[in-house]
Design a protein around this ligand. Structure first.
Ligand SMILES: *Cc1c(COP(=O)(O)O)cnc(C)c1O
Length: 372
């Protein structure tokens, strides 16, 4: 047994959420974003659990892509930042990877190192994110250079939203207008939407959509939105109560002694802390779910433990489960309490053993034909 902190990953929920993303995409295809170890859910396990239904997978770098190929994933795999140096082109060729092209140095590398196999490229426009991608007025020249390469099979027209999670975002509309204006007469499939765009910006849905967070059952919107009723959280982060004590009013709890009991208080200690990825900046009052009750975090989160106020919960015992986020407690609430976003909470997960529930290895015979 050992330390009780655990991340439980429900792969059936992941498949459910993929199907929701597929419904939202209509006739478009869904590229499941599994970068950063599938937002800490385990890229190999998640891709394998989706392998018979997903149209493709997207990752941040070649190391992440090769992990999926080694696990037997046959679908297209997209490198979302493209390649960093020309030496990666050989593996892109050998492992049939799709790559984003966001800068002239990548085009120059392709010209200098022709590939042996046909490749699909995703040409990225900076339509207003202000990060990577070709400026709108340079996009066509980039497209023409790629189109001249004989080994380039397809060029997907791609961009990325900066503010799709804000309701009524003028900025998102502007980005879409810019993208459409500068691509309207270019042939090829289009891809604009991350999770928030896919849910909120119907007119931006393209032949390919690229949800990440949504697949893990987390709403991309800071405010309440209907979508959280449809998706199911994939991860439950839990641990257990390892100490309970009654303290008088006026006693302090935790590092810095900055939380002081206003009343006689029953304090519970939960075996999870910031070394596990629980945010140290979670404010007093951030909820923890114990025995059907939401109890407030009190005192500073330590490296391996945190403390909660159990005074109002009857019959809590040592060993009872404490849920930090999951079905019963939205990770968005915890992110709000910590002044961050659910993406960061998921990606920061550390040290916690991961347990899988639901389908893990579908029968590969069923989808031998899928993919490249
Ligand atoms: C990470 C990423 C996504 C997925 O974003 P979510 O908000 O998790 O849906 C989509 N596209 C690109 C280019 C990304 O880098």
């Amino acid at each position: 047994m050992g330390r009780p902190a655990t991340a439980t990953i429900n792969l059936d929920a992941l498949r459910h959420n993929y199907r929701i993303a597929q419904q939202l995409s209509g006739s478009g295809q869904v590229m499941a974003v599994v970068k950063a170890d599938a937002y800490s859910h385990g890229a190999t396990a998640c891709a394998t659990a989706l392998a018979d239904i997903a149209s493709g997978f997207a990752v941040a770098c070649i190391e992440e892509a090769l992990e999926l190929r080694a696990a037997g994933i046959k679908q297209p795999i997209l490198l979302l930042e493209g390649f960093f140096e020309p030496s990666e082109l050989e593996m892109i060729d050998q492992y049939h990877l799709d790559t984003v092209i966001h800068h002239q140095y990548q085009i120059d590398a392709l010209v200098a190192h022709p590939l042996d196999h046909p490749v699909r490229l995703w040409l990225k426009m900076d339509s207003g994110m202000g990060r990577v991608g070709f400026a709108p007025d340079q996009y066509r020249t980039a497209w023409e250079q790629l189109n001249d390469l004989t080994f380039v099979k397809d060029i997907v027209l791609m961009s990325h939203f900066a503010c799709a999670d804000e309701s009524d975002s003028d900025h998102a509309q502007q980005q879409l207008t810019t993208f459409n204006t500068y691509t309207h007469d270019l042939p090829g499939q289009r891809s604009f939407c991350n999770s928030a765009g896919l849910v909120a910006l119907k007119e931006a849905r393209g032949e390919w959509n690229r949800p990440g967070l949504l697949l893990y059952g987390v709403s991309p919107f800071p405010e309440t939105h209907g979508i959280e009723q449809k998706i199911k959280p994939v991860m439950e982060l839990s641990s257990a109560i390892i100490s309970i004590k009654d303290i008088p009013a006026g006693s302090s709890v935790g590092y810095g002694s900055h939380w002081i009991a206003k009343r006689p208080t029953r304090i519970g200690v939960v075996a999870i802390g910031y070394a596990d990825g629980y945010p140290r900046h979670a404010a007093n009052g951030t909820p923890v779910f114990i025995n059907g009750y939401r109890v407030p975090l009190v005192g500073r989160v330590s490296m391996d433990m945190l403390t909660v106020d159990l005074t109002d919960v009857p019959d809590v015992k040592i060993g009872d489960r404490a849920i930090l986020w999951g079905d019963d407690l939205s990770i968005n609430e915890v992110a709000h309490g910590a002044g961050t976003i659910p993406y960061q909470l998921l990606c920061n997960l550390n040290r916690v053993p991961v347990q899988y529930q639901g389908i893990l290895i579908p029968d590969y015979a069923d989808f031998d034909e899928v993919g490249i």
